[in-house]
Design a protein around this ligand. Structure first.
Ligand code: ZN
Length: 137
C-alpha cells in the first residue's frame, strides 16, 4: 500500500515539498505522523483493506452507510452518515482554531489562552475597532 497517496494525488495541484513539510514542521508525535501517512496510503484497518489486502473479510461495504466501499477516503469525506454530524464537528473545530488565530493576530482580546478552550462570539472587534471578526454568519 506504500505510495497510494502519491499515486492518487493530482500532480497538477500537488506540492510534495509543501505537503510533507507541513507534516514535519508541526512537531508531530511519531505515532501521529505514522497514522497520517498510513491513512494517506490507505493502509488503516478498514473493511476495504481487510477484504482486498488482508483477505480476512468478504464484505468491503461501509458499516455505517452500507452503500460504498469502506475506504479511508470514504470515511474521511464521503460517507453521508458521517456528513450529518461528524464532518460538521470536524469543520467547526478547524474554524474555531482559525478564528482564535485570526483574533490573536488582529489584536482581539480573548478570554481563553488556548484555541480548544475558546467559544467564539458571533462578533469580535479589535481594541482599536479597526477589525471586526464574524463567527458562523
Ligand atoms: Zn459510509
Amino acid at each position: 500500500m506504500h505510495g497510494q497517496y502519491i499515486k492518487n494525488t493530482d500532480r497538477q495541484f500537488f506540492s510534495e515539498e509543501d505537503t510533507f513539510l507541513s507534516l514535519w514542521k508541526r512537531d508531530l508525535k511519531a505515532e501521529n505522523e505514522s497514522e497520517i501517512v498510513a491513512a494517506q496510503n490507505q493502509a488503516l484497518q478498514t473493511k476495504y483493506y481487510a477484504t482486498k489486502i488482508l483477505s480476512t473479510e468478504t464484505d468491503s461495504t461501509c458499516k455505517l452507510c452500507q452503500q460504498f466501499d469502506e475506504t479511508i477516503d470514504h470515511l474521511i469525506s464521503a460517507c453521508h452518515i458521517l456528513a450529518k454530524e461528524q464532518y460538521i464537528k470536524r469543520h467547526d473545530s478547524v474554524c474555531v482554531q482559525l478564528h482564535f488565530n485570526i483574533c490573536k493576530e488582529t489584536g482581539v482580546e480573548l478570554d481563553k489562552k488556548h484555541w480548544h478552550e475558546d467559544v467564539p462570539k458571533s462578533v469580535e472587534t479589535s481594541q482599536e475597532g479597526k477589525v471586526t471578526i464574524l463567527w458562523n454568519q
